[in-house]
Write a protein that binds this ligand. Sequence first.
Ligand SMILES: *[C@@H]1O[C@H](CO)[C@@H](O)[C@H](O)[C@H]1NC(C)=O
Ligand SMILES: *[C@@H]1O[C@H](CO)[C@@H](O)[C@H](O)[C@H]1NC(C)=O
Ligand SMILES: *[C@@H]1O[C@H](CO)[C@@H](O)[C@H](O)[C@H]1NC(C)=O
Length: 365
Amino acid sequence: MTKISLVLSFLFLAASGFAYGSVKKEDIKVFDLKKGDISLKVTNYGATILSLVLPDKNGKMVDVILAYRSLMDYTNDTSYFGATVGRVGNRIGGAQFTLNGIHYKLPANEGNSTLHGGIIGFSDVLWKVKKYRREGPNPSITFTYHSFDGEEGFPGDLLVRVSYTLYGKNQMSIIMKAKALNKPTPVNLLNHAYWNLGGHNSGDILNEQVQIFGSKTTPLDSNLIPTGKFASVKGTPYDFLKPHVIGSRIKQVSETNGYNVNYVIDGKKGKINRAAIAYDNKSGRAMEIWTNAPGVQFYTSNYLGNVKGKNGAVYKDHGALCLETQAFPDSVNHPNFPSTIVSPGKDYKHYMFFKFSTKAPRGFT
Ligand SMILES: *[C@@H]1O[C@H](CO)[C@@H](O)[C@H](O)[C@H]1NC(C)=O
Ligand SMILES: *[C@@H]1O[C@H](CO)[C@@H](O)[C@H](O)[C@H]1NC(C)=O
Ligand SMILES: *[C@@H]1O[C@H](CO)[C@@H](O)[C@H](O)[C@H]1NC(C)=O
């Protein structure tokens, strides 16, 4: 893009009352990490994953992450492609909560709910780069962000840190930490990568297979807010305790146009548990996700429509799957859910470990 067209596009954005006009294109940077067969690209805009290139069973390298065609597209993104989402990812019903007797009103950005941190969440701010090691045994990048008291209605200053690291053989970790500086606050940071193990531009994921290690979900009301109850997956299209082809029962689920629900991860509370496995038997690519988070959102990209992606791709509904490890949605309004309140002196930590391979995981065909 030329300087002039950039200036013009800023004028256009300013004229249309666009909220993110303050982020300049030259401040949005791309960083790459490389180890063995894997390479990862991330940006400081939203501490976002832009691409992850992995081999298939024949050694063919393909990018498995959906992303926009230009960095500026991230400033008016509505899909949260690859982003770090916060201060509270997923939904807060009624855009409000009460904490220690104080009532907090948040901006509602999806019906009456607050979705993914509000109007300008952590996915729409510039993060600082703290450490960056491009190559070597453990290539890694750490982003930090200081969220101010009252930002998007949330209480207290919060220091946030997100690290992406490549390690071992074809493994990646995402580690998110947060420290409340002066007031208790709800925190639920998550990564919103859209995966297509066949390749970001390989069509839909309906023939890919998933196993989710959760025997219960947190069912939703008509506004996609948890009712507060738990539902057993037994005998339902939500049962992925054994591997299933994603498309085989997708028409039977109650959310609009596919899966969009939180699973309660089985295993030990607060320990690193296996959350899910995804497998594409055409390319042979498999991904296993481990986490200390209590939940994982399974989302089948139900509203992509025709998003213009990188390298000329056009992403359609079901063009990717999301397995976002997280606290349960709307936890701050459900005392029976694990608490998401982070108080000064007690830090928040969310670990995500991704193990990639090119062999069928046990039980998959
Ligand atoms: C952002 O807005 C521009 C200009 O209207 C448009 O071309 C582009 O597709 C939009 N990007 C997204 C991700 O919506
Ligand atoms: C928002 O809440 C009001 C009042 O309870 C209700 O009438 C309205 O239908 C709700 N809107 C949505 C989109 O849920
Ligand atoms: C992929 O999995 C599907 C569903 O289990 C199966 O029908 C198909 O034969 C498999 N393809 C290969 C190449 O293994």
